[in-house]
Design a protein around this ligand. Structure first.
Ligand SMILES: [Zn+2]
Length: 233
């Protein structure tokens, strides 16, 4: 982990420091060796968060785009009777998980059950079998302000305020007259995923950005997407 409590303060690891786990409250020791990323480790092997993935530079860089208080937020799972640390939990209540390696479908579903507003950011460089089908408009496009992508198999949008009514009926394609003028950016693509690594429920459409960019897509926009897959360069 990147954080533990030292004298009650959320702190990064430094050589010689000890602290306590923000989740389970057990003793932690700062590991600041020359090889692995500096991190906190539990002093004894405790069942703290079975979902936690060993952190890489890739995780740390993503997390660094967010406020420190939004990183590594801990929640108690009554059902599994353990703590879970969200990589990022925004002040707007969105959990963002940065996934650098494939995970079991069962775990994926259980995380989605636990975090009601969850966005996945997966290291797209590790996944093969993508088929880029078409460019998509820049998500910051002002004409799309009142729209969100739908979960259909085509590049389609719906009015963000249309959720309570029949959402399907309000779905419109990017070729619709009201959206036709919007420029399609070669930096943003939608694509289908031929051989999903995570089982049959993998999304039909994912998002691929050619540069890192939580800030370039905006959190309001993120909240309307169930999962995004991004290549980090
Ligand atoms: Zn712990």
């Amino acid at each position: 982990m990147q954080y533990a409590l030292v004298n009650g303060i959320k702190s990064e690891p430094k050589k010689g420091l000890t602290g306590v786990c923000i989740g389970c409250g057990n003793q932690m020791i700062a590991k600041c060796g020359p090889v692995k990323l500096h991190h906190w480790a539990h002093c004894v092997n405790v069942q703290c968060d079975s979902w936690w993935e060993t952190e890489t530079e890739w995780h740390r860089q993503w997390k660094s785009h967010f406020q420190e208080e939004e990183r590594e937020q801990t929640f108690y799972d009554e059902q599994l009777q353990e703590y879970h640390r969200a990589d990022v939990y925004t002040t707007g209540g969105i959990t963002i998980e940065f996934q650098n390696s494939p995970i079991a479908l069962e775990e994926l579903l259980s995380r989605e059950r636990f975090y009601t507003q969850l966005v996945w950011v997966v290291n797209g460089l590790k996944f093969k079998g993508f088929n880029v089908t078409e460019a998509i408009p820049n998500p910051r496009e002002t004409a799309l302000k009142d729209y969100e992508f739908t979960g259909t198999s085509h590049l389609a949008f719906r009015k963000t305020d249309g959720r309570s009514a029949d959402a399907a009926a309000q779905t419109i394609s990017i070729r619709h007259p009201s959206l036709r003028h919007i420029k399609i950016s070669s930096k943003h693509f939608t694509f289908s995923w031929r051989h999903p690594h995570m089982g049959g429920t993998a999304p039909k459409h994912l998002f691929l950005l050619t540069q890192v960019g939580i800030s370039s897509i905006g959190l309001g926009y993120l909240s309307s997407i169930r999962r995004i897959f991004i290549i980090y360069k």
